[in-house]
Design a protein. Structure first.
Length: 168
């Protein structure tokens, strides 16, 4: 039985909204606007014979594309700058709340934020994220070095410290 776009997208709205909150750095209004833009883009591009099992990834890619459409700074320039390397345990994500995660994400540049959301939080492969973002796998690897900066920001906010407002 074929399902309509509305049914397929409706099942993913909660997860997409959480992704939009991450990408917008916890800004609820920005997340809502991003979600509307992504769903509208997805509706325009939706293939008539979509595989229901791949709809989640397909919609996530549209969310990231909607987010990146508004950027002026490309991923290559970001990868050339050096992200801080802090030997932090990735399991830190599990011990902190979503508000800390969303706020910390807002302190990162947009391209690393998009790469982190796809690879670390949605568990996309590097190749899948590379295709969705339209960049090389090597660049994905460079952008993912911002993971440590994100973790530092999260830990800082959980301790009541001041979070950085910089974007580099």
């Amino acid at each position: 039985m074929s399902r309509t776009f509305e049914e397929l997208a409706g099942n993913e709205l909660d997860a997409l909204y959480q992704g939009a909150l991450f990408l917008s750095g916890g800004n609820a209004q920005g997340a809502e606007q991003l979600l509307v833009e992504a769903v509208t883009l997805a509706f325009k591009e939706h293939p008539t014979q979509a595989d229901p099992d791949s709809v989640q990834r397909w919609l996530e890619a549209r969310l990231v594309r909607a987010f990146l459409r508004h950027l002026r700074e490309g991923p290559t320039r970001l990868a050339e700058s050096t992200a801080q390397r802090l030997a932090l345990d990735p399991s830190t994500f599990e011990s902190l709340g979503s508000e800390e995660l969303f706020a910390a994400a807002g302190s990162l540049p947009a391209w690393p934020r998009a790469a982190l959301w796809l690879v670390m939080l949605r568990r996309w492969s590097y190749a899948e994220a590379s295709d969705a973002l339209g960049i090389d796998i090597e660049l994905i690897e460079a952008l993912l070095k911002y993971r440590d900066v994100l973790l530092q920001e999260m830990m800082s906010s959980s301790r009541g410290g001041q979070m950085s407002t910089g974007t580099d």
